[in-house]
Design a protein around this ligand. Structure first.
Ligand code: A3P
Ligand code: MG
Ligand code: MG
Length: 363
C-alpha cells in the first residue's frame, strides 16, 4: 500500500481548518534524563551578551541517542495530565506524536533527499506515531566532519547564550548568570517540553514539543495561553549573497515556520553566524509573518501546500493503520525516488507504546 506524493502545485486550494493549539501540560527532563512534571527546566529569553558559538565545544554533553526513548515521556505526561485534569477527554486525540514528526510530514511535498521512517500503532482508537531512527542517518551523524559537528553544537550553544534560569524582570545589571553563560557549554539531556492539542481537518492531534524558552513568567489557568510567550531559538548562516538568501528562504524559513506554527509558538529568534561561528546579528521573526516573506517567490514552499498535504496524509493513515492492537506496528517510509510513501506491517511486532501507559498508570 502506498500514498502518492504529487507535485506541490497539486496541493493548492482551500486551507484545511487548523485549530488554535492549546497547551494541555508541560514537563521537564533533567541532566540524568529524569522526568519531572513541573517547570524546573524552563528557561527564559535574555538577549545574548556574547557571540561565540564554538566556545565550550569540548564540554558538550550530548544525550546518548543509542538508548531508544520512543514516545515514553509524552505518554507519561498524558497519563499524568489525565489524572490531574477535571476533563480527562482533553488528553485524548485521534493522533499522538512528536511535533518534529509533524514538521517532517508537513515539509514532505517540497523536500527531497531527506528520507524518513515512522512507526505507527493504533490503540483504543488513537494512532501513536514515533520516528524509526534510520541506521544510515545514525552512522552519518557519528562520522560527521568536525565542522558540521561544531555547527550542530552551535545551535545548542546559541540556546545557552540566549537563556537564563530566571525571568528578564529579575535580572540585574552584572547578574552572575550573564557572566557564567559566556563560557557555558550545552547539555542536550536537559529539556523542557509542552504537550499541545489541536485539530487538523477531521483529526484531533496531540503533540509533544521541546520549547527553547519563554519571554516571561509562565502563567497557567483557564484564561491564559502560556504558548504565546514561548520563543523558538534558531541559528543560520549569515546571509551574504543570493545563494545564502535563497537557501534561507527555501529550507530554513519553511522549517522555522512549520515547527513553530504547529504548536502555536509565536516567535522565532534567529542568530546569524559567520563561518567562524560568531553571531553577527540576531533577528526576531513572527511565526505568522514568515509565509509572507516567501510569498509569490517561484518554486518556494507555501503553508497551504504543507497543511493540505499533512491533512490528506493523516486521513489516509486513518484508513491504513486499522488494527487496534498495540502489538501491531506499521512502518511508514518516505525515500528515493520520492514518488510515494509506503506502509507495511512490521514483521517482528514490538510494541513501542509502554506497558505502563497501556495499563493506564505511571510507574
Ligand atoms: P538550530 O536551531 O540552529 O538548527 P531546535 O532549533 O529544534 O530547538 O534544535 C536545536 C539544535 O539542535 C539545532 O540548532 C541543531 O543544532 C540541532 N538539531 C536539531 N534538529 C536536528 C537534526 N535533525 N539534525 C541535526 N541537528 C539538529
Ligand atoms: Mg529546541
Ligand atoms: Mg531551537
Amino acid at each position: 500500500m502506498s500514498f502518492p506524493v504529487r507535485p506541490p502545485v497539486s496541493y493548492k486550494g482551500e486551507f484545511p481548518t487548523y485549530a488554535q493549539p492549546a497547551e494541555i501540560t508541560s514537563y521537564s527532563i533533567d541532566h540524568n534524563r529524569q522526568v519531572w512534571f513541573d517547570d524546573r527546566e524552563l528557561k527564559y529569553y535574555y538577549p545574548p551578551n556574547g557571540k561565540d558559538l564554538y566556545v565550550g565545544f569540548d564540554k558538550f554533553i550530548k544525550r546518548d541517542e543509542s538508548i531508544p526513548e520512543h514516545i515514553d515521556t509524552l505518554l507519561d505526561a498524558l497519563t499524568n495530565a489525565r489524572q490531574k485534569a477535571s476533563n480527562p477527554q482533553l488528553a485524548q486525540a485521534d493522533i499522538v506524536t512528536w511535533r518534529g514528526i509533524m514538521t517532517k510530514i508537513m515539509c514532505t511535498p517540497t523536500t527531497r533527499n531527506e528520507p524518513w521512517m515512522l512507526r505507527a500503532t493504533r490503540h483504543k482508537n488513537t494512532i501513536y506515531i514515533e520516528e524509526q531512527a534510520m541506521d544510515e542517518k545514525k552512522r552519518n551523524e557519528a562520522d560527521l566532519p568536525i565542522k558540521e559537528q561544531m555547527q550542530c553544537y552551535g545551535g545548542y550553544r546559541f540556546e545557552t547564550l540566549c537563556t537564563l534560569s530566571k525571568p528578564p524582570s529579575k535580572v540585574q545589571k552584572g547578574d552572575p548568570e550573564l557572566l557564567q553563560r559566556l563560557n557555558d557549554s550545552a547539555d542536550t539531556n536537559i529539556q523542557y517540553c509542552v504537550v499541545v492539542k489541536t485539530k487538523l481537518g477531521k483529526n484531533s492531534l496531540i503533540m509533544g514539543a521541546e520549547v527553547d524558552c519563554s519571554r516571561d513568567v509562565k502563567r497557567v489557568g483557564e484564561k491564559s495561553n502560556p504558548l504565546q510567550n514561548y520563543v523558538e531559538l534558531k541559528t543560520s548562516r549569515l546571509i551574504e549573497n543570493s545563494r545564502h538568501q535563497s537557501s534561507f528562504e527555501r529550507f530554513k524559513l519553511k522549517k522555522f515556520w512549520a515547527q513553530s506554527f504547529l504548536v502555536g509558538v509565536p516567535r522565532v529568534i534567529c542568530g546569524f553566524r559567520d563561518d567562524q561561528g560568531l553571531v553577527q546579528s540576531v533577528e526576531e521573526f513572527k511565526t505568522m509573518e514568515i509565509p509572507r516573506m516567501v510569498r509569490n517567490k517561484p518554486g518556494l514552499w507555501e503553508p497551504v501546500v504543507c497543511l493540505r498535504f499533512a491533512n490528506e496524509f493523516l486521513d489516509w493513515l486513518q484508513t491504513v493503520v486499522v488494527e487496534d492492537d498495540p502489538t501491531v506496528t506499521y512502518i511508514i517510509e518516505w525515500k528515493a525516488p520520492w514518488h510515494e510513501i509506503t506502509i507495511r506491517k512490521e514483521s517482528i511486532p514490538q510494541p513501542f507504546i509502554t506497558q505502563r501507559y497501556i495499563d493506564g498508570e505511571t510507574s
